[in-house]
Design a protein around this ligand. Sequence first.
Ligand code: SF4
Length: 864
Amino acid sequence: MTRTTCAYCGVGCGVVATPAADGLRIEGDPDHPANFGRLCSKGAALGETVGLEDRLLHPMVEGARATWDEAMGRAAGGFADTIAAHGPDSVAFYVSGQLLTEDYYVVNKLAKGFVGTANIDTNSRLCMASTVAGHRRAFGADTVPGLYADLEEADVVVLVGSNLAWCHPVLFQRLRAAKDARPGMRVVNVDPRRTATSEIADLDLRVAPGGDAALFARLLAHLHEAGAVDAGWVLGHVAGFDAALDAARAAPGETGLSAADLGAFLSLWTRTEKVVTVFGQGVNQSARGTDTVSAIINCHLATGRIGRPGMGPLSVTGQPNAMGGREVGGLSNTLACHLSLTEPAHRYAVRAFWDAPAMPEADGPKAVEMFERVADGTIRAIWIACTNPAVSLPGSGAVRAALEACPLVVVQDVTARTDTARLAHVLLPALAWGEKDGTVTNSDRCISRQRAVLPPPGEARADWAIFAELAARLGHGPAFDYRGPAQVFREHAALSGVAAALGSDFDISALAALTDAAYDALAPVHWPVTGARSGGRFFGDGRFLTPDGRARMHPVRAGAAAPAGAPLRLNTGRVRDQWHTMTRSGAAARLSAHTAEPFLEIHPADAAARDIAPASIVEVSGAGGTALLRALVTDRVRPGDAFAPIHWSGETSARACVSALVPPVTDPVSGQPASKSARVEARAWPARWFAFAVSMARPDPEALPGAYWARARVGAGWQTELAGLDPVGDWEGAARALLGLPDAELSAVGDAARGRHRLAFRRDGALAGALFVSPEPVALQRAHVAALLGEAGSPLAGRPAGDVPDPGPTVCACLGVGSVAIAACGARTVEAAGAATGAGTSCGSCRPEIAAILAAQVRLEAAE
Ligand code: SF4
């Protein structure tokens, strides 16, 4: 049994992993302060993602297997030659919030202190850079003031741009439990889109896209009018109040809310002292993200509602170690331990501590700009660690082109099956979750150990060790001669003491003398960790980290009108059970059961205007490309808005990489891309046929050129959705090529004249694959067909024999319960539905959807 930490979101749940006959048994750690034993569907399925299929197990150079010496010779040699010929700013590192703090520390030290470049940025830029900028602007440091426990102590919790139920599910579970225990607690949800989080909201505000900054500007003005500003606190601890209030009064912008909704929000926030404002990607991923963060913080500063139990702004981060990356200075405009590259005293101190030969004096390029420099040839060699920018960065088509033209692309990752890895000259195998050893920091400053449960597979190495070897090959071996992650951690902790002497908030110097054994046994701990203090909240005493100790309110005015463009505004985000580009979560069949296909949510009026039918295929065109997505016609989105998930890549779909639709527009302060406001158009894609396939082997959809496809894992193999424009003359031949079954025994039924075909292929009497073709979207019980893979039964009926009802699309992935079964179970509460069907009784991630299904069923029955 090993106590470790979940690999996915910034909640940072503690996990107990126990080797079992079929892999790893995963349970929530009851003693971890982030989750107290809870897990969501993704965390609960971690044990299903640790297999070695698709793992990169040895280095590759130019597509051929190589030794570590050969691969590092090419990679490090290429970096050294490039630096020698073109200077340190001709190389770059693009790293990841998936790295552990020790990995992050080593690569940041190497880049900034020894290569001498600030050309290091991280995919956390896409996740929470606007929060970092907003924190630094207001507090003088990137400090999260509060704790998760504030969610339980608050009387009002406001969720802004955060589908907490799906993106931070265990925090949502904690909030749900707190509200159940204290029904007087009020929850406000501020989001342009109706989401699973709406289920908990007492006030569910369909704010206009970008209207969140206006909402908090209006709140600031209202607080003043209502006499709710804490004048004494402001006088003693805050600067910039008058300018911020003037801006809020003069030009707050439009919220898109009715007067009644706006009034209810203003009144509730104003009269409640214990209020926590949680904000997520909807705030951060905006061209005004930093200003929106400021608008939120302004209201907390004006009322002194910060740093005390049950009150304050709380940013929820997307990645498991986004916070650790912030601590080590993993962004191109930060230095280690929350110090600043552009501050001479900080530079000198860190350089002296590292005994570093070089230190850039200016901030480096932020992620989007970094890849623009790759495109224009300024950066000639790039080292990408554990991230997939060819899919995740906006303007992904241009990013791919830049990498294709770059003279040297090195990728270290756990798999070669990514769009980015396919563009690499050198591939280096890294350790995955379950094999890695180090620490991560979650969204409320809790440092937790991630411990190895499994041995290193093949020739894979720890990320910090790969960076240390690169350092040695670049001539800096003595400064990177680490024996293990504990030594890296101690150095980082010792540096934090130096930083604290310069006024930094990040101080874990009391951990600088940990023995290896104590590091191994380290229990979750909130920073700061000093001789005088451990954990707790910041700023409750009114002392901030600016030179004069006063917080800064920033004047936030209405943004410029949205630029004209295509008629639909595309919001992007996540689905409940997938993570990033699915390189890990996509390995678990049960996580694909909830949402197996990319989709576009489009309002019924917008769909009707474009002749887009439910479940048809739509072609979405944006600034940098097009995507093919399944139409999900729903009033969850407002007219004129659309939504698409970010997870699908060239590995899992024909053309569903939505970042190709998003232009590289960024927040001017934080450099964070505005990923939720692309202008797009959608049109019906005139498919002549639709198909659904299951197969034991990974299907090859390129056997049907030009087709729409999306593939996902199911229990014993794969399922694939397809559609096409061109008629197919030989469906048997196409199916054999698609499913990789040239010789399997065929049984078939159908009506060729009507374009209907059902083909089943067997090997040794067991179903090895099946294809169902129809001129309209294929209707059958997919879970039933998939469950027959490897079995003797026939799938051709497309449904079970007898009068077995279709359970509907999977809602509870843990127990495989569908929406129809939940609606029909006769229950009126989530608990009763759980008792009747089992749904929601395992990890609980589906409970908001169960509640929504039951509510809809009640409305339906009342209308009948
Ligand atoms: Fe992992 Fe879910 Fe916890 Fe996030 S909420 S850390 S994904 S178990």
